[in-house]
Design a binder for this molecule. Structure first.
Ligand SMILES: [Ca+2]
Length: 298
């Protein structure tokens, strides 16, 4: 009897040790993965207290293009800060289609270069596209350079379909994707450098997490790619394209809200393509990207 009790106790003890050890392993792995995400983070804008980034390895300021100048941006009547309406804290609210497009400079953030460009952009969006957007294209996030014919990256909702399709496109040098010089909308879907999601989960009632990657752009020998994730799930990839760009690195901008109507929150940029496991971890952060950086002085 005593022997049996002792054996049972030993068994229970060893089980407990195993459970505690594996728990520690899981939390250590989680912390390691989070530290790796933190190291890759180059910019985070929470839109809790202003348009400027909370954290940046470059310029935290938010700008708008005025003529040929970039001028500091402040919220307007149509593009407001909505405190407590965010995925986390406050959000940017584009109340109607207008020309105010908050932008962030690349330097130290997106890392555009002409030999091997890698990055990931993460953002949360909340809208019912078919009811909230006005007719015509809408690009909630763009990366632009000095010349649209030398490259153009964007998220968009299509204008001619119901429900409107959601897309991620990487347009390299003009002659590569458009040798016949026709309209974007006139090129067959499968001949465009894009990921197209015909049934995307966007809704006014729930935030949708959107992540896109840029991989080996402008690399001479490695295959370039771009991936789109919605709510932590891979929805497609842009592959088997020559993704050569020709931008001036000093004029690259991350631009928000082109013809967008809806809420936008927790914008972040990373300096490499995140893995699908990392995208899922990002999607599941309880406090959003603020968990990945120490508070910086304004
Ligand atoms: Ca926020």
């Amino acid at each position: 009897m005593n022997t049996r009790i002792t054996t049972l106790m030993l068994l229970a003890q060893s089980l407990l040790c195993t459970v505690v050890a594996s728990g520690q392993n899981a939390s250590t792995q989680d912390a390691d993965a989070k530290a790796s995400l933190s190291r890759a983070l180059t910019m985070h804008a929470s839109f809790d207290a202003g348009l400027a980034a909370d954290f940046s390895r470059g310029d935290k300021k938010c700008y708008v293009v005025q003529g040929r100048e970039l001028v500091p941006a402040e919220p307007t009547a149509e593009v407001r800060l909505a405190s407590d309406a965010g995925r986390f804290g406050g959000a940017l609210h584009f109340t109607r289609k207008n020309n105010f497009r908050p932008a962030f400079k690349d330097a130290g953030v997106l890392g555009y270069n002409d030999t091997n460009w890698n990055a990931t952009v993460s953002v949360w969006l909340r809208l019912t596209p078919d009811e909230d957007l006005e007719p015509g294209y809408c690009d909630p996030v763009q990366i632009v350079g000095d010349d649209g014919r030398k490259g153009f990256i964007f998220l968009e909702w299509s204008k001619d379909e119901t429900p409107r399709y959601f897309r991620y496109a990487i347009r390299p040098l003009f002659h590569i994707w458009n040798p016949d010089n026709v309209q974007w909308a006139d090129i067959p879907f499968d001949k465009r450098p894009m990921v197209q999601v015909e049934r995307a989960p966007f809704s006014r009632d729930a935030w949708t997490h959107v992540v896109f990657t840029l991989e080996n752009i402008n690399h001479k020998s490695q295959r370039p790619a771009g991936r789109l994730y919605l709510n932590g799930e891979l929805r497609g990839a842009i592959e088997n394209w020559d993704l050569t760009f020709g931008w001036d690195p000093n004029q690259v901008l991350l631009v928000l809200g082109a013809a967008y109507v809806g809420h936008l929150d927790d914008l972040a940029v990373f300096n490499r393509p995140l893995t699908s496991a990392e995208v899922k971890q990002l999607y599941q952060l309880k406090q959003g990207v603020r968990e990945l950086h120490p508070a910086q002085a304004p």
